[in-house]
Each structure stands twice: as structure tokens, then as C-alpha cells.
Design a protein around this ligand. Sequence first.
Ligand code: SF4
Length: 145
Amino acid sequence: MTAHEPIQNLIMDIVDNCNLGCPFCLCDYAQTRTTHMMSEAALRAAVRLACFTTEGSFWFSCLHEPTLHPHLTAFIEPVPHACRSKLLYTTNLAKRMPGAYFQMLASSGMHHVNLEQFHADWKWRSYAKPMKLLAKFELECFQSG
Ligand code: SF4
């Protein structure tokens, strides 16, 4: 008999840089001059495994800031809707993003997004606007079914 088990965690980073310089960060960006981006070909190869992972265990980011990738939202599209519940990423919300970004997040079907809120100069106000936008679009998605 053959047993098939889902992948417990599939962790990747679509960029290798961050837009904040927290002094307690695990990564030292002092020598980082260029942000390297994951290619679409690499992304498409990785997302073939999305459906075989457990819920909320396919990380689009772990150590770095995924909103630095200009194609972040486009990278979610190749993942079949039935498997979007496997996806998550972590963001610091420090980059100003357009309303369309939050609309996409709300309707993406992703499992969740982790928010980093541990910066020494953290101010709720800087998070309030993007959080309200996300809540607004989530409500609209919920109401439209
Ligand atoms: S936001 Fe996170 S990844 Fe970026 S510098 Fe701070 S701790 Fe590091």
C-alpha cells in the first residue's frame, strides 16, 4: 500500500530584500545593493506544488518583503482557485500599495497574510488606512458572494 502525505511547509521568497532596516532583523541588508526577483518561470514551477501542501502552508515570503516584487499579485493568478487556501505571505505594509492590491488580496482566496508589527517606531496610524481598505474590499467580496 502506498501512502501519500501533503507537504507540510513549502517556503520561498520571491525577492531577497526588504524596504525596512529593523536593527533586530535576522537578515543583514547592509551589503544589499540590488533586489533580486524570482522569475515567472521559477514561480510557475513552484506553484505546481501548491495543491499538494497543507492549508496555509505555501509561503510566498518568509524572510524578505514580497511587495517589493512588481508582479506579486500576478504571481497569485497561476495558482488554481481551489488551491489558493494554501497560500500565505508576510508583509510589513510599509510600501504604499494601490487600492487594487487590497482588492486583489480580499478576493484572492489566500489563506492569510501575516503582518509584521514589531518595528521600534511602529505607529498604528500607518497601518490603519491599508487595513481599512482591506476590510472594505473583503466586505464587498463577501456581499457579492
Ligand atoms: S520588516 Fe522584517 S524582514 Fe524587513 S528589516 Fe524588518 S524584520 Fe527584517
